[in-house]
Write a protein that binds this ligand. Structure first.
Ligand SMILES: *Cc1c(COP(=O)(O)O)cnc(C)c1O
Length: 349
């Protein structure tokens, strides 16, 4: 069966983890963010491979992801939940041994009433205004919460991918003011924060995208390759058009390959007219609009009829494709379709 194949290099993910860990002191632990199905790459396989490589702490966005990850990685690793303790989640949190990162006065109250004495962390808002306790609320709650023994105090940076941005130092100062002297383990840095240097590392860092080969970790090892099957090839005359809406006309006699993946698979329509496929190292431009399940590609310059063409490969990584589509590598990764056959390479898990 000719199917689009997404190859995922688990050894490269583990290598990226070790490379990110080497950027902070050996006393700093480097955890892994595997939310959104490990950025589209498969949280169970990625989680198992990282656990086998020695990962002891994972972060997910919501409780249901934590439940699924627990089944994959077993009882040993700690699993933190960014959205904290949402109403109705108590049974799943205690049943699968998750650690909610409590975000609000309301969540602290909920944890105390339904899961008293169970492990929790606290998420603080240091300026991003997305999740976390505001400084004034934290001042009120801190004496009683600290007496209950939170396992982690964390916050998140809004502009860590822009090292010169003044907000980084401002958030760092706020986070320090809110947590200095507490004696509790602290975490501020995701991938971008790790690259900002030791002031931002505290006790634990939480990279996501850098593990999966994306910016801002420019030195990451590539993790994914996406090969699309050619369904049909046709020769067209100069002046003929390809695809919906009459948007692309051949300037010369051309050879057009129709490939089996489209915007329903995460090849977003904004790639129309901008993205490039590769036959080995030879670039082949998109021809015509991206459709739901297909794209047209100009293969006139190839000396052979290809069986597959790559859209993610050594020549074009997730960030290069993202740039062509006017988005970021994170969105390319998390949009990767469910129809692709995922082929895992390496990984002890
Ligand atoms: C997604 C996320 C991370 C990981 O961010 P990357 O930029 O992918 O490294 C870390 N912390 C929080 C709170 C997040 O939401």
């Amino acid at each position: 069966m000719a199917q689009a194949i997404l190859s995922i290099d688990l050894d490269a993910i583990a290598a990226n983890w070790r490379a990110l860990a080497s950027l902070s002191a050996s006393s700093v632990e480097t955890a892994a963010v595997v939310k959104a199905d490990a950025y589209g790459l498969g949280a169970a396989r990625v989680g198992r491979a990282l656990a086998a490589a020695g990962m002891r702490r994972f972060f997910v966005a919501e409780c249901s992801e934590g439940v699924a990850l627990r089944a994959a990685v077993g009882p040993a690793p700690e699993i933190f939940v960014f959205s904290g303790h949402m109403a109705g989640d108590a049974e799943a949190i205690s049943g699968t041994d998750l650690i909610p990162l409590l975000n609000s006065t309301e969540q602290v109250a909920r944890q105390r009433s339904v899961l008293p004495g169970r492990a929790f962390g606290i998420q603080l808002d240091s300026g991003m205004n997305r999740l976390g306790l505001e400084e004034a609320d934290w001042r009120t709650l801190a004496p009683s919460v600290l007496a209950e023994g939170p396992v982690l105090l964390m916050s998140h940076l809004a502009c860590a991918d822009e090292p010169e941005h003044a907000m980084n130092a401002a958030q760092l100062a706020t986070f320090r003011r809110m947590t200095d002297g507490t004696g509790v383990k602290r975490s501020l840095a995701a991938t971008g924060g790790i690259l900002l240097g030791p002031d931002y590392h505290f006790d634990l860092t939480r990279p996501g995208v850098g593990l999966y080969g994306g910016l801002p970790f420019a030195k990451a090892r590539p993790v994914v390759r996406l090969s699309l099957p050619v369904i049909q090839i046709r020769d067209i005359a100069a002046g003929e058009t390809v695809g919906y809406g009459d948007g692309w006309a051949a300037k010369r006699p051309s050879r057009i390959a129709t490939l089996g993946a489209g915007y329903a698979d995460g090849l977003i329509r904004a790639m129309t007219g901008r993205a490039t496929l590769y036959a080995g190292t030879t670039p082949c431009p998109l021809a015509g609009r991206v459709s739901m399940d297909m794209i047209g590609v100009d293969v006139t310059d190839l000396d052979h009829a290809p069986e597959t063409l790559d859209i993610l490969c050594t020549e074009q990584g997730v960030d290069a494709l993202a740039a062509a589509a006017g988005t970021i590598g994170y969105e390319i990764l998390t949009s990767l379709g469910h129809r692709y056959a995922r082929a895992y390479e390496g990984g002890a898990g």
